[in-house]
Design a protein around this ligand. Structure first.
Ligand code: CA
Length: 229
């Protein structure tokens, strides 16, 4: 189940959020205080997204956000701000929030769209459940070994698929050409590292908007390559 923590002390707003998140296929976990929120997170370490109200009886949402981040968690965090002041947004960003929703909610569709987007971004599309990894515009299906960009199928060779999978398993990490070679071609492969470059070049023609100025697969000079999503 896709668990979402809902920290909101006003019962009416909380149940409104809970009902709508349930409708969208989530399993909301309710908390009315900071203490309850941390108890929920302790009991449910698989929470991927949290909605945090700011004004709370025992603490404030920024502090909760700060503590979640201090624990090393990379879960998606959406602040529920009652005001629209820029200050709240800046404070939220400083404490590690990913997004904001202003109360009263203009539309529940907007909120669930943001929860969906964040859930995808933090890798909440559970690989074990769906066999899919979604990052930015890309959707990798590990069952049928396919890749889509913005919903369009990209035809890959088995080697290209293995390279993309390796990148997606290591988001934001620069991979050396040696690592790529060993992982995709196998430790025993005897050959030139240039085969990595050749495949990356061909892959760029398929995945980049502009292969001349790559933004998906960037070169780390003298080392290797990095996947941008
Ligand atoms: Ca409140």
């Amino acid at each position: 189940m896709k668990k979402v923590l809902v920290l909101e002390d006003e019962a009416a707003i909380r149940s409104f959020l809970v009902i709508n998140l349930k409708r969208s296929g989530y399993e909301p976990l309710e908390a009315g205080t900071g203490a309850e929120a941390f108890e929920q997170l302790r009991l449910n370490p698989d929470v991927k997204v949290a909605l945090l109200d700011i004004m709370l009886p025992d603490t404030d949402g920024f502090e909760v956000c700060r503590k979640i981040r201090a624990s090393g968690s990379k879960m998606g965090i959406i602040m529920l701000t009652a005001r629209t002041q820029e200050m709240d947004k800046v404070t939220g960003l400083m404490t590690g929030a990913d997004d904001y929703v202003t109360k009263p909610l203009a539309s529940i569709a907007e909120l669930t769209a943001r929860v969906d987007a964040l859930y995808r971004r933090v890798g909440g599309d559970d690989l074990a459940e769906t066999g899919e990894v979604v990052r930015g515009p890309f959707r990798l299906n590990t069952r049928n070994r396919t890749l889509e960009k913005n919903g369009e199928r990209i035809r890959l060779t088995q080697v290209e698929y293995a390279i993309v999978k390796l990148f997606m398993d290591n988001p934001g990490k620069a991979l050396s050409r040696e690592e790529i070679l060993a992982s995709v071609w196998g430790e025993d492969y005897v050959g030139d590292l240039k085969i990595v470059d050749v495949n990356i070049r061909r892959l760029r023609l398929k995945v980049e908007d502009d292969p001349q100025t790559p933004s998906c697969i960037t070169t780390v000079w003298g080392y290797g390559y990095k996947w941008g999503f």
